[in-house]
Design a protein around this ligand. Structure first.
Ligand SMILES: Nc1nc2c(ncn2[C@@H]2O[C@H](COP(=O)(O)OP(=O)(O)OP(=O)(O)O)[C@@H](O)[C@H]2O)c(=O)[nH]1
Length: 521
């Protein structure tokens, strides 16, 4: 007989097979994300479908559009729209290439989207004759802006299709932060140049607002076509992948925090440097101007910082929701697994009755209980007649189906307090609580008749199965389960020898040859 550990581990294996791998709470657990990623490795075998070629063509077309949209206006020097702001002019910098880059990033991953943003930013800075460090800085900040957007969408399962208020809010938050990071190059330039803060600050604000205006242009597009694009991509699961590891969200959050800290650090240094310089020149520009300018810079920094704080709060709220949702799902899958394990450890999978191990445990306890209260118990051993022929004639699966049906039929014929189990192969066992032999024989007869009358229309209209039963009553003075089974087994042999489809009992306290044998009707 297998020991409990064997049974439990095989039950666990079996239960785990029925559950998806994601139900196990570990670092490998995969969860949905908002943004998609191109499945580069899967593309080769399906390249012949032509979709990959069309995708490559679309990307190069997007790149050409990006370069054209930044190169031409930059060369003509009308890349920005001028907006009056206090004593300055805010140049709203337009970067239409970023729009395409965002779309590629959200639906095909950072590699394709980021490359578009990087190349068009480098190209724009080059066309405008910026210095090499600034060209590189501009490229890096644009890439960072997209990376922030992408990471945010990868960490939270918020779809970029604006089909709900939450989606819209998340999109607005993400593009605000993304615009902030895309304008970091000017911010860094402001800090590095140490002069002309007021003009450079207006340039930075112009860049920031320009980026926001750019992103706002995406709203109608996502609103109208976002869901359609999502559905189309859902139909091509080999093209993009949406699921990420749970740990990814953790790293993403840490990275985002790092980027935000970088921004705060730069902004605070900038403000400090500006105020310090204003203080140095206070005798020339006068205290009121110093205080006003310091306040203006502080104002801008605070506006941006408060936007970022709101974003962080919302972002963490989303991540928290996502994680608690995932944990809840995992917990319920685990409890399902536990229930299944417990079930598998106690029951026989085919018949749904208790398994032999559990039956023996329960029956031993029951016999001891019955002895203490001086109550009788009876045991029925039920064996299907000529079951080999059923298997041979109708097939093993049909044999299984017969066992399954008998497993369902048996509890219907018993009291809820009785114990029914599959003893082995085509043999079933029942312990009747508080039941003397004469009553047990009545139950046995009821079972014999019900099984003989049971039809199996799904297998064959003519198929009928009979059983032979051996019955024994436990002796109060001798409540040994093995001995009780042994006596029932001997009676069962006699029933088989007597022609099958009949009941024999171990007479026990009864006189041999008394009412102890049932007919085949
Ligand atoms: N389909 C199916 N058959 C089983 C299962 N367990 C045992 N058996 C079959 O039950 C048959 C038992 O055969 P035997 O022990 O020769 O007994 P029998 O044919 O029922 O004949 P008697 O018991 O003498 O009436 C064998 O063919 C086993 O393969 C099972 O889980 N599913």
């Amino acid at each position: 007989m297998p020991d409990a550990a064997d049974i439990f581990s095989s039950a666990a294996d079996e239960a785990a097979c029925h559950l998806p791998a994601s139900s196990l709470l570990d670092a490998q657990t995969e969860v949905d994300s908002g943004a998609r990623m191109l499945r580069f490795r899967l593309l080769r075998p399906v390249a012949q479908r032509g979709i990959v070629r069309r995708l490559a063509l679309a990307w190069f077309l997007s790149l050409s559009l990006c370069l054209l949209s930044v190169g031409w206006p930059a060369a003509e020097s009308w890349l920005s729209l001028s907006l009056p702001w206090q004593a300055e002019v805010l140049p709203l910098v337009l970067a239409p290439g970023m729009l395409l880059a965002i779309l590629w990033t959200l639906w095909f991953g950072i590699a394709l989207g980021g490359a578009l943003a990087l190349l068009s930013a480098l190209f724009a800075a080059w066309v405008m004759h910026f210095s090499l460090p600034f060209i590189l800085l501009s490229g890096a900040t644009h890439l960072l802006a997209l990376l922030i957007l992408y990471l945010g969408y990868r960490a939270v399962p918020m779809r970029p299709d604006l089909s709900s208020g939450d989606n819209l809010l998340f999109f607005l938050m993400m593009v605000t932060v993304s615009a902030t990071f895309a304008s970091l190059d000017v911010l860094v330039g402001v800090y590095a140049s140490q002069s002309g803060y007021a003009q450079l600050l207006s340039l930075w604000l112009g860049r920031w607002l320009g980026m926001l205006a750019n992103f706002a242009l995406l709203l109608p597009l996502l609103w109208l076509y976002g869901r359609r694009i999502e559905r189309a991509l859902d139909r091509l699961p080999w093209l993009t992948r949406r699921r990420v590891r749970l740990t990814y969200s953790l790293w993403t959050t840490a990275l985002l925090l790092l980027a935000l800290l970088l921004y705060v650090f730069l902004a605070v240094r900038l403000h400090g440097a500006y105020v310090a310089q204003a203080f140095v020149h206070y005798d020339r520009i006068g205290w009121p101007t110093v205080a006003l300018s310091a306040l203006q810079v502080l104002q801008i920094i605070h506006i941006v910082l408060s936007v970022l704080v709101v974003f962080i709060a919302y972002f963490f709220y989303q991540i928290l929701q996502h994680w608690t949702g995932t944990l809840k799902r995992t917990a319920s899958q685990l409890s399902l697994l536990n229930r299944k394990l417990a079930e598998l450890a106690l029951t026989d999978e085919l018949t749904g009755l208790y398994n032999r191990r559990h039956f023996m445990e329960m029956a031993r306890r029951e016999l001891a209980n019955a002895e203490r209260h001086g109550m009788p118990c009876s045991l029925l051993l039920i064996d299907i007649d000529h079951f080999k022929q059923v298997n041979d004639h109708y097939g093993h699966l049909a044999g299984d189906q017969v066992l399954r049906i008998l497993g369902r039929l048996l509890p219907v014929l018993l009291r809820p307090s009785d114990l029914a189990a599959r003893y082995g192969g085509e043999e079933l066992v029942v312990l009747l609580r508080h039941t003397p032999l004469d009553e047990a024989l009545e139950v046995a007869e009821r079972i014999r008749q019900a099984i003989a009358a049971q039809a199996y229309p799904d297998l064959s209209a003519s198929l009928r199965v009979t059983v032979s039963l051996g019955v024994a009553e436990s002796r109060v003075a001798e409540p040994d389960l093995d001995w009780l089974i042994e006596r029932a087994d001997r009676a069962l042999y006699r029933a088989k020898d007597g022609g099958r489809n009949r009941i024999e009992c171990d007479p026990g306290a009864w006189a041999a040859g008394s009412v102890c044998s049932g007919s085949s009707g």
